[in-house]
Design a protein. Structure first.
Length: 602
C-alpha cells in the first residue's frame, strides 16, 4: 500500500472535508418517506394558491375563522398570504391583508400582545413596502418589549414597567435572565414562555432586517442568548418555559416541542443573514441537525407527529427550516437535507378529504370531514414553503404520467389544475432501497472526493520537492576561493567564499571539502526533519592560512602592496595542493613544485 506523507495543514483539511461530507450524508435516513421534490414550481404554486383561495372563503367579516379557532390562527394565515405574494412577486393579497388587519384591531387593540400579528405585519411590509404594515409590526414589538426582561430590570430586581408585581430571579444556573419574555400578561404570573420569547426574537430579527435599526438586532440577540443559556439541552433541542420569579428554584418545563426549536432556528437564520457571525451560524447548524433527526416529535419516516396543538404537524419548525433554506445560511449539504425534510412533510395523508380537494385534514390522518383552520394553516405552511424549493429532477410531466410533490400531492390529469384531485401516494416498494442507494452513493462520492484531494495534494508535494531539489543543487555548487589581503587584517579572517560561475570554481572547491563524500543535499526536502550537514568552512580557512604561513613565512598582517607579489613557485604550490586527496600530506618546503607543460620556473 502506498502511503503519502502530506503537509500537516493539507492533511487536516482533507480529514475535515471527509468528515463533514460523511456526517451530513448520514443525516438522510433511508427510512424517510419520499424526500424528493419532483413536481414543477408552477404546479406547487398552483397547489398553494388553490389552498389559500379555499381558506379565504372561510374567513368571516371580522377577519377571523368561524370554527372556534383562537385569535392567533388568522395571523398565521395572514403571514402565509404575504409569503405567497413574496414568492410569486405579486400583490394579489395586499388589499385583503389591509382589511384583515383593520378588522383584527377592532377585536383586540394592538392585537392583544400577540407576536403572531407582528410577524404577519412585518412579512407584509417586506412584501409590499406599505408603511401601514410596518406600523402594525412596530406596535406589537413595543408591547411585547415591555414584557421582555432587560438587563436594567434584572439589575433592579423588579420590572421597571410595573407589569409584574414580584421580585425577579436575576440569574438561573449562573446565567442572567435578561431576554426572557413573559407569556401571560397577568401581573402575578411568572411564566417566561418559549412561544412568547421565540416569537419576540423572530419579530425583532425581522424588524432588524427590514429597518436596519440596531435596537431590534440587539433585542433579537438578547432573546437568542436567553434561549441558548436556559433552554438548550445537551441534545441541542430547545426546551419550553421557566419561572422568572425569585425563589422559584429556576423551575423548567421539560416537555420537548418542535416549535421551540423551530422559532430559535428562524430567529438565528435571520440574525446570521444580517451579521454573518460564525458562532451564531454554528449554533444554527447544531439546532437544525438536532431538529431534523430528533425522535421526540417524529418517527422513522421523518414525518412530524406533534400533538401539542392538535394539528399533528408544526408551523414553526417548517417556517424556521424554510428561513434557513431560503436565506442560504447553511452549508450546501445541510441545505439539501433541509429540502428533503420539507419534502417529507408533504407526504402525510393530510392531503385530501371527501369534501374538497383543496381542504386539508389532520397532518397524519385521518382525512378531515370538515374545514379546520388549524389543520388548513398547518398544511399551508408546507405548501407555501415548498414553492421556493428547487426540483430534484426537471423531467417534464406528460399527460400520461403522475406528477408528485414530495410523494404526497398527486395529480394524474393532463394539466396542473388546482382543482385536480390530490391523493396521497402509497410508499413504493423500492423506496427504502432508493434511499439506501442515495446514501451509499453519497458515501462513495465523498470517498472519491477525498481521494481526488489526496492526489492533488500529492502532486503539489512532489512538485514542491522537485523545486526544492533544484534549489539545493544550485546552492551546493562549489565556490571560488578568493584571498583578499588587506592592510592590518588577519589573513584567516579575510578569506571569503564568493559565488562564481568560473570553471575554476569546480576545481578549487576541493580545497573546501571532499566532494567525493559530500552529502546529497538535494535529498533534503522541506518536509524532511533532519538538518543537512554544514560544510566545514572555518576549518578549511584555518588550514589554508596555516599553509600560506608555512610556504611563504608571511606574518598575519600583510601590507596591501605585497598582495599581488606572490612568487610564481608559491602559486604553483597552492595549485598543486588543490589536486591532492584529503589524506595527502602537503609537500615539504624544500620540495620542488611539479613541472607543468609550457611553464618555466625561474
Amino acid at each position: 500500500m502506498l502511503f503519502v506523507s502530506l503537509p500537516p495543514p493539507l492533511s487536516r483539511a482533507l480529514l475535515l472535508a471527509g468528515y463533514f461530507t460523511l456526517s451530513w450524508a448520514q443525516l438522510a435516513l433511508p427510512t424517510w418517506r419520499k424526500a424528493n421534490i419532483t413536481t414543477s414550481a408552477a404546479a406547487r404554486t398552483a397547489f398553494a394558491r388553490a389552498a389559500l383561495q379555499e381558506t379565504i372563503v372561510h374567513i368571516g367579516a371580522n377577519g377571523q375563522f368561524p370554527d372556534a379557532a383562537d385569535y392567533v390562527v388568522p395571523a398565521i394565515f395572514y403571514s402565509q398570504l404575504a409569503a405567497f405574494d413574496a414568492a410569486t412577486g405579486s400583490q394579489q393579497y395586499r388589499d385583503s391583508l389591509v382589511q384583515y388587519f383593520q378588522n383584527a384591531t377592532m377585536i383586540h387593540a394592538n392585537f392583544s400582545n400577540s407576536e403572531n400579528y407582528g410577524y404577519a405585519a412585518v412579512q407584509a411590509y417586506v412584501t409590499y413596502k406599505d408603511p401601514v404594515f410596518l406600523e402594525y409590526a412596530i406596535g406589537v414589538w413595543n408591547i411585547s418589549n415591555q414584557y421582555t426582561l432587560s438587563q436594567a430590570d434584572i439589575d433592579a430586581g423588579r420590572q421597571k414597567s410595573g407589569l409584574k408585581n414580584f421580585d425577579l430571579a436575576q440569574t438561573c444556573h449562573g446565567k442572567t435572565m435578561a431576554g426572557g419574555t413573559f407569556g401571560i400578561t397577568a401581573v402575578s404570573d411568572p411564566s417566561i414562555a418559549g412561544l412568547s420569547t421565540g416569537q419576540f426574537a423572530i419579530l425583532s430579527a425581522l424588524l432588524a432586517a427590514s429597518t436596519s435599526e440596531p435596537e431590534y438586532l440587539a433585542a433579537a440577540q438578547l432573546s437568542i442568548a436567553f434561549m441558548q443559556s436556559h433552554w438548550l439541552n445537551p441534545q441541542n433541542i430547545m426546551l419550553d418555559g421557566i419561572s422568572g420569579r425569585n425563589n422559584d428554584s429556576c423551575s423548567l418545563t421539560t416537555a420537548l416541542q418542535p416549535y421551540d426549536s423551530g422559532m430559535a432556528i428562524e430567529a438565528l437564520a435571520i440574525v446570521v443573514d444580517i451579521t454573518k457571525d460564525s458562532l451564531s451560524r454554528s449554533l444554527l447548524t447544531s439546532l437544525i441537525e438536532a431538529a431534523i433527526t430528533s425522535t421526540a416529535w417524529q418517527k422513522a419516516d421523518g414525518i412530524i407527529s406533534n400533538q401539542a396543538h392538535g394539528s399533528g404537524g408544526d408551523v414553526s419548525i417548517i417556517r424556521g427550516l424554510s428561513a434557513a433554506y431560503s436565506r442560504n445560511v447553511t452549508t450546501l449539504p445541510l441545505r439539501e437535507y433541509i429540502k428533503g425534510y420539507l419534502a417529507v412533510q408533504a407526504s402525510p395523508p393530510f392531503t385530501t378529504n371527501g369534501l374538497d380537494e383543496n381542504i386539508y385534514g389532520h397532518w397524519v390522518g385521518p382525512a378531515a370531514t370538515a374545514f379546520s383552520s388549524k389543520d388548513q394553516t398547518t398544511a399551508l405552511a408546507v405548501l407555501v414553503a415548498a414553492m421556493g424549493l428547487q426540483n430534484d429532477t426537471q423531467k417534464p410531466a406528460s399527460s400520461s404520467q403522475a406528477v408528485t410533490f414530495g410523494g404526497g400531492l398527486t395529480s394524474t390529469g393532463s394539466t396542473f389544475s388546482p382543482s385536480t384531485t390530490l391523493s396521497p401516494s402509497p410508499p413504493s416498494a423500492g423506496h427504502s432501497n432508493s434511499h439506501m442507494g442515495q446514501l451509499v452513493g453519497g458515501i462513495i462520492a465523498a470517498v472519491l472526493t477525498v481521494i481526488l484531494l489526496i492526489c492533488m495534494g500529492s502532486l503539489l508535494y512532489i512538485r514542491r520537492l522537485r523545486k526544492n531539489s533544484r534549489r539545493a543543487s544550485i546552492s551546493s555548487r562549489p565556490d571560488v576561493l578568493s584571498v583578499q589581503i588587506r592592510p592590518g587584517i588577519n589573513l584567516r579572517s579575510t578569506i571569503e567564499i564568493n559565488p562564481s560561475t568560473s570553471p575554476i570554481s569546480q576545481t578549487a572547491s576541493s580545497v573546501l571539502t571532499d566532494t567525493t563524500n559530500a552529502p546529497d543535499i538535494a535529498k533534503y526536502g522541506q518536509w524532511d526533519w533532519e538538518k543537512p550537514p554544514q560544510l566545514e568552512q572555518p576549518r578549511t580557512r584555518q588550514w589554508l592560512s596555516d599553509q600560506a604561513e608555512r610556504v611563504y613565512g608571511y606574518p598575519t598582517a600583510i601590507p596591501a602592496s605585497r598582495g599581488s607579489a606572490l612568487p610564481t613557485d608559491g602559486r604553483m604550490r597552492i595549485l598543486h595542493s588543490q589536486y591532492q586527496r584529503r589524506d595527502s600530506t602537503v609537500f615539504d618546503d624544500d620540495e620542488d613544485p611539479p613541472g607543468y607543460p609550457g611553464t618555466e620556473m625561474v
